[in-house]
Ligand binder design. Sequence first.
Ligand code: FES
Length: 105
Amino acid sequence: MSQGWVEVCGVDDIDEEDLIRFDHDGRTFAVYRSSDGGYYATDGLCTHEQIHLADGLVMDEIIECPKHNGRFNYKTGEAMGAPVCVNLKTYPAKVEAGTVFIAIS
Ligand code: FES
């Protein structure tokens, strides 16, 4: 069931090429700001061993997991190779009046 748009933070609360952890309703998300000013959201836990991706490293469109260095494309959720093989779920993100929102379903 769709829960619709949820407020995450101000646009300046995420640095360029970085991400933050966002917890909502018992779930954890990762919200990213790309170098070209776009905002993106994925599930916040690595699909390999459920480590928080917010502690990882953003490189271009890639988030690297801090535990075993598994990589995902954070725009598409695609797992980029071993040890991760299950894609991340992605969520729409938007900015309105200086605030970042994600659509949680
Ligand atoms: S927990 Fe993320 S790559 Fe292993």
